[in-house]
Design a protein around this ligand. Structure first.
Ligand SMILES: *Cc1c(COP(=O)(O)O)cnc(C)c1O
Length: 363
């Protein structure tokens, strides 16, 4: 008798390590490790969530029909082509399970979001990373890495943890170069923060193709990461596949109710975006003045280069000692960097002051 063994690939997964949420023996001044949205959830979402308490014995709407209608209304999309999930993580996982298996390849960019490789290994497929250019996704390198085994290409746009983005022309060029039997997943978790004329979230491409989906989340600008809510917009054929594969009640009742309220609170979303528009450039400029190397970012976070692994670790310890939690990104192959979420005014100023003391101490 042979021993109990998991399916191939699973033991190759390095478990995902979430951003730290506390500091041993220290009060946390700011958790800036998971890009959770500086202003927290909308007060209207909190109120809707509280009201849902008396309904917790009810199964949620398995069809998420009100939520999909609200998303459709908000973003100008056909609700019939929206699928909701327990975070966009679940959507990404289901897409990989649906279209990828043993012997297949899932292609993504070096420094791309870690969950893509984890999902590929989970179904016995091979994750393939195309080399990045200036830390960003390189369309030519991605196209050059496509083989007859490629089944899925994952493009985070903007990308986490680098904060880089790919222009709409380049996303279209990537799609145009892919065989029709390859699925292009555009993960637009940070789309709401981007205000560049040459950026589009992916909706337009989904509308023109049978092999493109766009994924979105309520965990970032909407500040509902704790509830786990994400969605995708895709062609009818892929929506049909997802409706067969997903669990019947994959989006919990509280998430559905709070998600609708969050969408309706436009003032809160605008305030969150404005906070980022002010404090992302401010923090980047201040870090440059300190001689550090923040990458140009269009998300609600900044990847900061410290020049060496030792110095990045020292800066991490220094910030933590001041009650500020950044994100280590060595798991992404970026040991010389830290990722820092753009928080509130008080929080970004605390980061600036802490790192100014770090640099002054010649650390
Ligand atoms: C945060 C993040 C997600 C996951 O979001 P959830 O909806 O919370 O699962 C997906 N993709 C990228 C690039 C992210 O940074």
């Amino acid at each position: 008798m042979s021993a109990l063994t998991p399916r191939p690939g699973i033991m190759k997964i390095a478990p995902y390590v979430p951003g730290k949420d506390s500091i041993d023996g220290k009060e946390t001044i700011a958790k800036l490790s998971s890009n959770e949205g500086a202003l927290g959830p909308s007060p209207k979402a909190m109120e809707a969530y509280a009201k849902a308490a008396s309904e917790l014995h009810r199964y949620p709407d398995g069809d998420t029909s009100k939520l999909r209608k609200a998303i459709g209304r908000h973003y100008g999309l056909d609700p019939a082509r929206i699928v909701c999930g327990a975070g966009s993580d679940e959507i990404l996982n289901l897409l990989v399970r649906a279209y990828c298996g043993p012997g297949d390849e899932l292609l993504y960019s070096q420094y791309g979001f870690l969950m893509y490789a984890i999902n590929a290994l989970g179904v016995g497929a091979t994750p393939v990373a195309a080399p990045a250019k200036d830390y960003g996704s390189d369309i030519d390198a991605l196209l050059a890495a496509v083989t007859e085994r490629t089944r899925i290409v994952c493009l985070a746009n903007p990308n986490n943890p680098t904060g880089t983005y790919v222009t709409k022309d380049d996303v279209r060029r990537l799609h145009a170069g892919l065989p029709k039997n390859v699925l292009l997943i555009i993960d637009a978790a940070y789309a709401e923060y981007v205000s560049k004329n040459d950026y589009e979230s992916g909706v337009e491409l989904v509308d023109q193709a049978e092999n493109v989906v766009m994924t979105r989340t309520f965990s970032k600008i909407y500040g509902l990461g704790g509830l786990r809510l994400g969605w995708m917009y895709g062609p009818a054929g892929i929506v049909d596949v997802m409706s067969r594969l997903r669990q019947p009640f994959n989006v919990n009742l509280a998430a559905q109710i709070a998600g609708i309220a969050a969408l309706e609170d436009i003032a809160h979303t605008d305030a969150s975006r404005t906070n980022n528009d002010i404090w992302l450039p401010w923090l980047s400029d201040e870090l440059k003045k300190l001689g550090l190397a923040p990458l140009p970012s269009v998300g609600n976070f900044v990847l900061v280069g410290f020049g060496s692994k030792e110095r990045a670790m020292a800066a991490n310890d220094w910030l933590m000692n001041d009650g500020l939690i950044p994100r280590l990104v060595a798991g992404y192959g970026l040991p010389e960097h830290l990722r820092i979420t753009v928080g509130t005014e008080t929080e970004v100023k605390a980061v600036q002051a802490s790192l100014a003391r770090f640099v002054a101490a010649k650390k």
